[in-house]
Design a binder for this molecule. Structure first.
Ligand SMILES: Cc1cc2nc3c(=O)[nH]c(=O)nc-3n(C[C@H](O)[C@H](O)[C@H](O)COP(=O)(O)OP(=O)(O)OC[C@H]3O[C@@H](n4cnc5c(N)ncnc54)[C@H](O)[C@@H]3O)c2cc1C
Length: 288
């Protein structure tokens, strides 16, 4: 099997309890030596500060390489540039640049801040003007809901790459064929950066289904059938979730994929098990 590289996505915690589960997850997953760990970003001052604090703590207390997410939402270019500079000063070398969602939620139409970055490609260019940081961006195998066509979506990806992005991580998906069909179109458009599949282990099927509906990811009938009747049966749900994710990633590996981005939801157990299946072992044990 070719060398597998993984990255883990976390979100900044809102409460002390969430803080505890985040750092437990980081501690459990860190020995798997991920390529990087990323921390999501919310609009508004306090969530922004939480992202920064989480990234700072990763830098201070672990050997992990953090990637800080950043969006264009509800801020002027000047304000966003200050965040980029603060990340750079803190020692961050990798930013995940995104447009972000409307502050009023996904039902609202997105409108750029009048003095802000117009879109994710514009933000990538802004980051590159300030510092030569590594920049990753998003990609949507099933099309972003705002985008009229898959081709328009891929045009946006091309604009982000032309502005300096060197990696894309995809929205989660459950049908691997859909990822490969998308990848063919991306390559045909002359985009040659890695497009790393985003894998969401289904911790909670009900939540996943409602989140998927909002972000334009489809939930196949076979997946719903597998979780049918398990709403109150956490233990079985977890076993099914592990089986579903294992099937998905092992098929991707069979078809040549070597890099994976995991949406951890700040929980380690399923992700750790899937990484084990992928052949990853804790660094200390590997050396022994
Ligand atoms: C890997 C990953 C990480 C993410 N991390 C975060 C995070 O940390 N914080 C967060 O808030 N969100 C995050 N998101 C969600 C993301 O912000 C939303 O999906 C958002 O709606 C789009 O931002 P983007 O940069 O992905 O979009 P883009 O790549 O800029 O655009 C996606 C598509 O929408 C089209 N589009 C964009 N704007 C318009 C418009 N005004 N009118 C018509 N079409 C338009 C583009 O042409 C493109 O086709 C993440 C998503 C992914 C896949």
């Amino acid at each position: 099997m070719a060398a597998i590289r993984v990255s883990f996505e976390f979100f900044p915690p809102k409460t002390e309890e969430m803080e505890k589960s985040l750092w437990e997850a980081v501690g459990r997953l860190a020995p798997l030596a991920p390529n990087f760990v990323s921390v999501t970003y919310g609009a508004g001052g306090s969530t922004r500060e939480r992202t920064h604090a989480t990234v700072r703590r990763i830098l201070a207390e672990t050997a992990l390489t953090p990637a800080a997410h950043l969006t264009c939402v509800a801020a002027t270019r000047g304000e966003i540039d200050e965040v980029i500079k603060a990340y750079r000063e803190a020692g961050v070398r990798h930013i995940v640049a995104l447009r972000g969602d409307p502050t009023g939620g996904l039902t609202e139409k997105y409108a750029p801040h009048p003095g802000g970055y117009a879109n994710a490609a514009d933000l990538v260019a802004g980051i590159k003007r300030i510092a030569d940081l590594e920049v990753s961006v998003s990609a949507y195998p099933e099309k972003h809901p705002d985008s009229p066509t898959v081709a328009a979506d891929i045009d946006m990806l091309k604009a982000k790459v032309d502005a300096g992005a060197t990696r894309a991580m995809t929205q989660f998906f459950f049908e691997n064929d859909c990822y490969f069909r998308y990848l063919d179109k991306v390559r045909a458009r002359g985009i040659d950066i890695p497009v790393v599949p985003g894998i969401l282990p289904v911790q909670n099927f009900k939540q996943t289904r409602s989140f998927a509906a909002r972000c334009g990811a489809s939930v196949p009938a076979w997946l719903a059938a597998r979780f049918e009747g398990l709403d109150d049966d956490v233990a079985t749900r977890k076993l099914i979730a592990a089986a579903v994710a294992a099937e998905q990633v092992l098929d991707l590996v069979d078809r040549g994929v070597t890099d994976f981005h995991f949406y951890t939801m700040n929980r380690a157990d399923l992700v750790y098990a899937i990484c084990h299946l992928l052949g990853l072992r804790p660094a200390a044990k590997q050396a022994a």
